[in-house]
Design a protein around this ligand. Structure first.
Ligand code: 5GP
Ligand code: ZN
Length: 114
């Protein structure tokens, strides 16, 4: 999708601190980290929001969570714990309209979230 920041990052047009990539997803460090480990797991396919998910994306979303868990494990947070978050639209704070799974770890995370 032209002019989509995360399409440009997954397509290597804009650099990022990549921690994982395969044929369907790319994971890179958030430029404004909210925890010691803050990674965004991003599909190569452009899907603007969770509201746009179709049944054909079911496996992709499953892969996003599996990759997040793998990255958390590789960084030593599997037992300590971590949080995964999708923000959808304005009131949830979505600012980039290409779905992404936040992986946050390395500090106590308040509940309920703000
Ligand atoms: P959202 O607010 O849409 O759920 O999350 C978007 C995230 O993307 C934010 O946490 C923000 O810090 C991050 N972000 C925005 N621009 C860039 C960028 O150019 N590079 C990286 N690595 N992260 C970005
Ligand atoms: Zn995109």
């Amino acid at each position: 999708m032209p002019d989509c920041l995360f399409c440009k990052i997954t397509d290597n047009q804009i650099p990022s601190a990549t921690v994982y990539e395969d044929d369907t997803v790319v994971a890179f460090r958030d430029v404004n980290p909210q925890a010691p480990l803050h990674v965004l797991v991003v599909p190569r396919a452009h899907v603007a929001t969770l509201n746009d998910l179709q049944p054909e994306h079911d496996a992709l979303v499953g892969a996003m969570f599996r990759v997040a868990a793998q990255i958390a494990r590789e960084h030593g947070y599997a037992e300590r714990g971590y949080r995964t978050v999708f923000n959808c639209n304005r009131e949830a704070g979505q600012t980039v309209f290409h779905i992404h799974l936040h992986l946050l770890a390395g500090r106590g995370l308040a509940w309920p979230p703000g």
